[in-house]
Design a protein around this ligand. Structure first.
Ligand code: G4P
Length: 291
């Protein structure tokens, strides 16, 4: 994954984002951390805890429509144990979002009581939205702020480029200042993010990636592969990623002259169908036990 490190995440960029987040933290009451429910661990920024230490936080497990519901339940229990407020949402349809404002108010109840005691009854709750690329931050803001993405007028002290959106009912959202990086130094994390499409296909070997994804699915989520690609038990037992990819290509009739499998096309199909949720609901970061 060293190529990925160099292309997308360079030290100057991280320092800038860190600085931007720290400069804006004083302007918000809380942080909403958006993560991808399919990769609840790999889609978290490794430095966020330190960066936003002390700020009340709500974690949103987005794209829960595509994640394995059993694993999602386990992840929710994990966050509860950690005493972190967490919510499952689907920002594509808006499912679960009506629980966001009440949960945020619950997390901030002491502060809200203090404001009330001081007569600050019209003070809106200001929340910074953070998350690595592709987890659904824009979708969340669009859903919460409505199609118009009603912008709140510039506030004093806000660095240029910071964007505020009104979500109604006394809730104001600040879009992530800067681009938050994933845990790019761990190749397993990079691979899972590449499976989900969070890391662009131009910078990874898609045949290798699709083959490895197929091996993972064959082991942990075989039903989707059987249904979509008509793979047999014997096919599913293959442990060479390339062989499994060829088998998928064969089952789909993706052949080129001479009867060889068009593995490039097979790989693109596997990745597209996985990312569209057609291979079933899958969680790539299990709560317990190493995968
Ligand atoms: P970002 O700002 O954090 O980078 O993420 P963004 O909202 O752009 O979302 C990234 C992709 O994830 C988008 O798909 C978006 O539609 C999709 N998405 C966001 N939330 C959900 C969800 O809860 N469920 C599902 N299934 N998908 C979700 P895209 O293909 O890049 O764009 P589009 O074709 O949907 O417009």
């Amino acid at each position: 994954m060293s190529e990925i490190q160099q292309i997308q995440w360079f030290p100057g960029h991280m320092t800038r984002t860190k600085r931007q987040i720290q400069a804006s933290l004083g302007l918000v009451d809380a942080v909403a951390e958006i993560i991808d429910a399919r990769v609840p661990q790999s889609s978290r920024n490794p430095d966020l805890n330190k960066l936003v230490a002390g700020k009340p936080r709500v974690v949103l497990l987005n794209k829960c429509d595509m994640a394995d519901p059993n694993e999602t339940t386990k992840w929710l229990a994990y966050f509860e144990k950690e005493q972190t407020a967490a919510l499952t949402v689907d920002c594509k349809t808006g499912k679960g979002l009506n629980r966001f404002a009440p949960l945020m108010r619950q997390v901030l109840q002491e502060k809200l009581a203090q404001w009330k005691a001081k007569g600050m009854v019209n003070r809106g709750v200001r929340v910074m939205i953070v998350g690595i690329p592709n987890v659904g931050k824009s979708s969340f803001i669009n859903r919460m702020a409505g199609g118009s993405r009603a912008r709140v007028e510039d506030r004093p002290g806000v660095t240029r480029g910071n964007q505020w959106f009104s979500a109604g009912k006394g809730l104001e959202l600040l879009d992530t200042p800067g681009v938050l990086w994933p845990k790019f130094d761990d190749p397993a994390v990079g691979e899972k993010l590449a499976f989900t499409g969070a890391i662009k296909d131009q910078i990874v070997d898609t045949e290798q990636l699709a083959g490895r994804l197929l091996c993972f699915l064959a082991k942990h989520y075989p039903a989707g592969l059987q249904a979509r690609f008509k793979l047999t038990q014997e096919d599913l037992a293959m442990d060479e990623p390339y062989d499994l990819l060829c088998q998928v290509g064969r089952r789909r009739g993706m052949l080129i002259s001479g009867g060889e499998v068009n593995t490039e096309r097979a790989a693109a199909t596997v990745l597209d169908e996985f990312r569209a949720g057609k291979l079933g609901r899958v969680t790539l970061d299990p709560m317990e036990g190493g995968r």
